[in-house]
Design a protein. Structure first.
Length: 163
């Protein structure tokens, strides 16, 4: 039974490693939460890009099918048909340009986590510290019983034991 208790620090090291890996490891809860927030950013970016895509598809379909919208779009860009001329009135500003936005690039961030090697070292030193404390406790307990045992049984030089 005394030797089996020295396996207890090994189990403590395994438990500590498991808990630290679940909380702070590469596949732990902290990294999972960070990846979820990145996923939410990507989903919102995809929604924005889908709206831009729908708007551009609608504009393209209007330009393919309707000649008047084609000429209006060309005039907004500053083009004129043959025989047309522009009159610029000062103070009104330039004609409004159609904003064409391709969206913004979103670069995913990799999650922050504690490396597996560091978690292994922490759990090893914790288990080792627990093992040393158990050995020292047993050693001091042994020394105390030995000391108390020698106090009651002293050996005299005459060959008699006295208590």
């Amino acid at each position: 039974m005394k030797l089996i208790k020295y396996l207890f620090p090994l189990w403590i090291g395994v438990i500590i490693y498991t808990v630290l890996s679940l909380c702070f490891g590469a596949k732990g809860f902290s990294a999972y939460r960070q990846l979820e927030s990145e996923m939410e950013k990507e989903v919102s970016n995809i929604a924005i890009l889908s709206a831009i895509n729908a708007e551009l598809s609608e504009s393209r379909n209007m330009l393919y099918n309707d000649k008047t919208s084609y000429s209006v779009y060309a005039r907004e860009l500053g083009f004129a048909a043959s025989g047309e001329s522009f009159i610029r009135i000062i103070g009104l500003g330039s004609p409004p340009k159609i904003p064409v936005s391709p969206g913004q690039a979103v670069a995913p961030n990799s999650p922050d986590f504690v490396e597996d090697r560091i978690l292994q070292i922490l759990s090893f030193f914790t288990a080792f510290t627990f093992f040393i404390s158990m050995v020292s406790y047993d050693f001091f307990k042994y020394m105390k019983t030995r000391e108390s045992g020698t106090r009651y049984y002293r050996y005299n030089y005459s060959g008699n034991f006295s208590g």
